[in-house]
Design a protein around this ligand. Structure first.
Ligand code: NAD
Length: 286
């Protein structure tokens, strides 16, 4: 292997815990190599009590930028100098750019989702969508979709501790964008059927379908879907969740969460380097 790291190499980081499973280091290092950029991307896993010291350390060392994953996406905000509108509305930062000690934070999860749809030729602007969930991923999708001109969003969430976030997201969307938004309890299956029926897209933004919830889908009745409906999942492991399998069997176009992951990274890459991520080279290693 050629010696790539030198005294000039710039560092880009990723902070989270746990993080060793992340595809981001592979993704960004592949892109740096493909474009011949003298950067290296490393993951840092540390406990929450070290967050402030970690941010100060990255800043003091002049690290050019970093990604943030769970559980630090909200907790990092007080340590930054400025955040984007999307970050303010989502209360989430997944990308920091260090401009000579001035820390600017933004969130690229939502644009990542929209860019992944565009990559597949799907345009949801001016249309209605239904989103399941109101945690970090679902919030990023809803806020960005509203900022990008989606006409109407129906948000469904279980009546759990998260439900108030669905209501908060609705308030923020109504107050800050021209998008119509409503929140409903997931248990109201009749309402869910009706909202999906006049939506062009159904998005699962919950963790139902992976880990201990693998094999489970929030929609189990195929008659709630139709072949024209685009069905997406934020989950990419497994590659095909139970929801996407059901949708494929109905004949719906489907998209898993890999594209969202890829394009949130591409947006961060552009902010740090000013260059477009070589998507095909990165797709080949994902
Ligand atoms: P979160 O903890 O912030 O939110 C979890 C959501 O799932 C909430 O809406 C909660 O109500 C819902 N939920 C959990 N268990 C449920 C159940 N049994 N029944 C109904 N609803 C349930 O999590 P998050 O950070 O938003 O992540 C959600 C999923 O998105 C995870 O699988 C994560 O891996 C994935 N994700 C993907 C990307 C990507 O780029 N593709 C980015 C971020 C997150």
């Amino acid at each position: 292997m050629p010696q790539r790291i030198t005294g000039h190499t710039e560092l880009i980081g990723l902070i989270a815990t746990p993080i060793r499973h992340s595809k981001s280091p592979m993704m960004h290092n592949t892109a740096f190599e493909a474009l011949g950029l003298d950067y290296a991307y490393l993951a840092f896993d540390f406990p929450p009590e070290n967050l402030e010291a970690a941010v100060q350390g990255l800043k003091a060392l002049g690290v050019k930028g970093w990604n943030i994953s769970m559980p630090y996406k909200t907790d990092i905000i007080p340590y930054l100098d400025e955040i984007s509108e999307a970050s303010r509305l989502c209360q989430s930062v997944n990308t920091v750019i260090n401009r000579d000690g001035y820390l600017y934070g933004t969130v690229t999860d939502g644009t990542g989702y929209m860019d992944a749809l565009a990559d597949r030729g799907f345009d949801i602007r001016g249309k209605k969508i239904t989103v399941l969930g109101c945690g970090g991923a679902a919030t990023a999708i809803c806020i960005q979709a509203a900022l990008d001109g989606v006409r109407e969003i129906s948000i469904f969430n279980a009546s759990d501790a998260f439900f108030c976030r669905a209501e908060e997201n609705v308030e923020k969307i109504r107050a800050n964008t021209g998008c119509i938004a409503n929140a409903y309890p997931l248990e109201d299956k009749q309402r869910l059927r009706a909202e999906i029926a006049d939506s062009v897209l159904l998005a699962n933004g919950t963790s139902v379908g992976m880990g201990r919830l693998e094999g489970i889908s929030l929609i189990t009745d195929p008659t709630m879907l139709r072949p024209e409906l685009i069905v997406t999942d934020v989950i990419y492991s497994p590659e095909e969740t139970a929801l996407l399998k059901l949708a494929r069997e109905v004949g719906c176009p489907t998209m898993n969460g890999l594209g969202m992951m890829l394009y949130q990274g591409a947006a961060a890459f552009k902010l740090w380097t000013g260059k477009d991520m070589p998507i095909d080279a990165v797709k080949a290693v994902l």
